[in-house]
Design a protein. Structure first.
Length: 376
């Protein structure tokens, strides 16, 4: 049985990044994925993800977001390709909205630049946006868009270059920890590791149950669509990525990048699913396109053109929508990265670094108390 210093189960966003940081420091690393990353079966496909820093979900996230951007910039340099597009990100909602209050508080606490707009000011700056008079917005001009699949590919290429082994299209059938390490059984053989990172996305809950942890993480079906838009209003040169926090819903989206159409998704709601039985056909439910088009017709009417394409992906949602990044209470050489609740990708670089630190040093320089297992 081949033995490694570290085995990573799930080589998607967090796992592939962790594999790179481990291999780069000389740790003998094995990455195992049930598919062939980057792929369309998890939470990193669909071309793009937003990265922002004045974090409306809570200012405790800000240091992790800032570190993540530093690491994405370093990855760009090492990979020699564009991974980040600085479009700016505008957050929009009613003036008394909790999310917008969080954006302001994060900006103030960490002295992050933020440009404020009234409803009229939003329309004047971006004529493609139409909102009621009691709305306002905040622009982070330093924020923007990550090319998510390129990021995974870059981490994969460099991890392998630094000596990591990668098993693709290999399903893990059992994880058997003991006091001296862990044995990982797959459909193509067994492997031994001194340490293990579990970062298998929507497949985490079932694997965690086999390790005696019953966490309230809910795999959830989500959709995004690309719509034909007036490029004079919505192109990447003229329009930012955006987050709209509404009274009973939350939407996010991207400018029309390279003529592909304006991309839009709904952040809240969604259908609980089994990832092995998920219907990945966009349009199965009328709301797949309908709720996205309804948002555009209301707030960005000149982006509500023909549907160019639609995709289905998965969120893994915790009750408080905060992540799980912690060590197993009984087996501290097992690290868990799970429950990223639809807002984790931007942090993948920093979480990969943190996971590598937890595996090699047993602790991280970041305060991870927000992400503790003990809160459940």
């Amino acid at each position: 049985m081949k033995t490694y210093n570290a085995v990573i189960v799930g080589a998607g966003s967090m796992g592939m990044a962790a594999g790179y940081y481990l291999a780069k420091t000389g740790v003998r690393t094995l990455l195992i994925d049930a598919f062939d990353p980057p792929h369309t079966m998890g939470s990193h496909h669909g071309d793009t993800r937003i990265i922002r820093f004045a974090y409306g979900e809570g200012s405790d996230y800000v240091p992790l977001a800032l570190r993540a951007q530093e690491l994405w910039n370093e990855l760009e340099q090492e990979a020699g390709e564009t991974l980040f597009l600085q479009t700016g990100v505008v957050s929009v909602g009613k003036k008394d909205d909790d999310f917008l209050r969080g954006v302001r508080e994060s900006s103030e606490r960490f002295n992050l630049p933020l440009e404020a707009f009234s409803a009229a000011g939003l329309h004047e700056r971006w004529p493609g946006i139409t909102v009621p008079d009691d709305f306002c917005g905040y622009l982070e001009s330093a924020a923007g868009v990550l090319y998510s699949e390129r990021c995974i590919s870059a981490y994969r290429k460099l991890a392998v270059q630094h000596g990591a082994d990668l098993l693709t299209n290999t399903r893990v059938t059992a994880i058997k920890p003991d006091t001296g390490g862990v044995t990982v059984e797959t459909d193509s053989g067994s492997y031994r590791g001194e340490k293990l990172l579990l970062s298998a996305g929507a497949w985490n809950p079932s694997l965690l149950q086999s390790l005696g942890l019953h966490l309230p993480i809910v795999p959830t079906r989500k959709t995004v669509g690309w719509f034909a838009a007036d490029e004079a209003l919505y192109s990447q040169e003229r329009f930012p990525a955006f987050v709209f926090s509404l009274e009973n819903s939350s939407f996010y989206g991207f400018p029309d990048i390279d003529g592909t159409g304006l991309k839009i998704g709904r952040h809240d709601s969604g259908e609980e699913i089994d990832p092995d039985r998920l219907d990945r056909t966009f349009g199965t439910h009328p709301a797949d396109e309908g709720e996205l088009r309804s948002f555009l017709e209301t707030y960005m009417p000149k982006a509500a053109g023909a549907l160019r394409q639609g995709r289905v992906c998965i969120y893994s949602v915790t009750p408080d929508e905060n992540f799980v990044i912690d060590r197993h209470p009984e087996y501290p050489h097992l690290v868990i990265a799970a429950g990223f609740s639809g807002h984790g990708f931007k942090f993948a670089s920093a979480i990969g670094e943190v996971a590598a630190q937890l595996l090699t040093e047993g602790s991280s320089s970041f305060d991870l108390s927000l992400f503790s297992l003990s809160r459940f």
